[in-house]
Design a protein around this ligand. Sequence first.
Ligand code: HEC
Ligand code: HEC
Ligand code: HEC
Ligand code: HEC
Ligand code: HEC
Length: 455
Amino acid sequence: MLLLGCANAAEPTASGELSSSDFTGTDRCIQCHAIIHSQWDGTMHSNAYTDPFYLKEFETASQDTDGLIDSFCSRCHTPIGVVSGEIPPADGSRLSGIAKDGVQCDFCHTVSGSNGTGNAPFIVTPGDTKWGPFNDSRSAYHDSEYLDLHTKSEFCGMCHEVSHPVNGLLIDDTYPVWKNSTYAQEGVTCQDCHMTPGITEFEANPGRSGSGAPKRDHISLHSTVGGNAFVTGILGADDVKKMAIERLEKAATLDMSSPETAHTGEDVTVEVSITNSGAGHNIPTGVSEIRQIWLEVRVTDAGGREIYNAGRTDNKGGIISALKIYNNVLGDDQGDPTLSFWLADRVLSDNRIGPKETVSEEHTFFMPENTVYPVTVDAILKYRSAPQELIDHLFGEGVHEVPVIDMAEISNVIYDPGSPPGSRTESRSSPGFTIFIAVALLLIIYVLKNNKKGG
Ligand code: HEC
Ligand code: HEC
Ligand code: HEC
Ligand code: HEC
Ligand code: HEC
């Protein structure tokens, strides 16, 4: 009987099971948790439904599938809209204001359990009790209860793991990739990087979580930011956009090896490696079939002439001759590539960079006869939330420009073989330098020995 009770309790909250008036609006929470509210406001959680990019894609998906996926998409993007049965219809005409607040306070804090991860298997119990990370919390307004789930990646994994509702294809693997990474083994959670000032690791944020609350060693930040500097920009959430850029700048590191000198009239090869040094999952992740990461490699001589370029963008936002675009390509049932993941049933390719993984690219260019030395090689890692072409297709040409963010940068210099860098006397391997070091070492040993004798 008890087991049966547990099994029943683990059923995810069904569509239409509740009413949106069962939930409390953020205007109530703001009265005491003003700082937390200001952090959440403008994030993609607060805009999970109003996001114009989502709404365009949702509209298309709904048409493509005759409305079959309406509650599926909405369960993550407007969870209150689904559990209250206000969606369908897909046009949002029956949605209450609170449902349009997307992934909001009272939704997350009345999650009382879940049936695992993926495709939003949450159990939500709106009412007086707010579940959270503290086991000794008191509030005059609501009951508080500790729930382990809120402190774990599995909480995020309810929505940050998406499988196709019909064919089961794994579309968003953020949680499963994290789960198989060394971060998970070392106990570094999504919250550690996304809800603390640390960005790539846990960093405490001491303070109070609201008026009348006690001082604590750590209060989680609700500015849960990823790499979205595009939609946050459209919506005027400039602080969130700034944080997204900062986060992208901490995600990866670059290294480059190039010859110190190179003759004109020859092919020169440089190798650039990219390490995912800061993200606990692939870069890119999430809707990674839409995201784009690529390397721009630019070679310029001292006269300012560009000798080589791979990966620049043209005035229409096309990426010109990049060696690779790091993302995954999904295919439809004809095997054709598609950005419409609701139509996908296979993965055609996947070269996203895994947590702590390093990949490299070799770029070869021809050094022209009249090169003015020295020559500079710049490599810049670029990120874009979506191809410009897709956004132009959805919104019309010239309506929204997708910003290209520089994630990391590195430069090397190639010199004229006739006059390599510095003079010979400076070189560490020159005999004069070696003799100098040897004499200095002997002197140190001599002084140390004498000191020992003396003491
Ligand atoms: C995406 C789900 C989500 C949303 C939306 C959300 N929270 Fe939280 N909140 C969490 C999680 C998860 C934690 C605990 C993190 C941890 O400790 O690891 C938390 C912690 C808290 C805490 C405990 C203090 C702290 O910050 O650690 C309070 C209070 C709180 N949230 C209030 C709010 C309010 C008010 C809002 C709306 C403005 C809100 N939350 C929106 C998930 C959410
Ligand atoms: C009258 C003031 C007040 C209002 C209104 C209020 N809270 Fe709180 N809340 C508090 C205080 C005080 C605490 C205790 C914080 C602590 O223990 O550090 C708290 C704690 C919490 C916690 C932590 C619970 C735990 O055990 O970890 C969560 C979650 C939370 N509030 C969510 C909300 C949400 C969501 C709303 C809006 C629906 C809300 N609060 C409205 C005052 C308030
Ligand atoms: C070690 C730190 C770290 C951990 C752990 C981590 N992240 Fe991230 N996350 C980052 C960084 C850095 C970025 C920016 C790079 C990017 O956007 O690809 C990021 C980006 C993201 C994005 C935006 C991706 C995109 O490009 O659209 C999402 C969504 C995300 N994280 C969710 C999660 C979830 C969910 C978890 C836990 C399962 C998690 N993260 C664990 C550091 C981390
Ligand atoms: C109820 C479902 C849900 C839960 C639970 C949830 N998220 Fe999200 N999250 C979303 C949705 C939906 C979006 C994307 C909204 C959009 O871009 O339109 C999002 C966006 C994000 C982003 C921004 C991604 C970007 O590209 O900038 C980050 C980071 C993130 N979530 C992290 C987390 C973390 C960390 C947790 C756990 C503490 C969590 N989320 C829990 C649904 C959820
Ligand atoms: C299980 C939860 C879940 C389901 C179901 C889901 N999404 Fe999402 N969606 C997310 C999360 C989490 C993100 C954020 C990932 C990231 O930032 O890369 C997201 C991001 C997006 C984005 C990118 C938004 C932006 O601003 O860049 C679009 C578009 C989108 N979803 C459309 C859809 C459509 C259409 C469906 C239904 C076919 C759907 N989603 C179903 C969780 C979900």
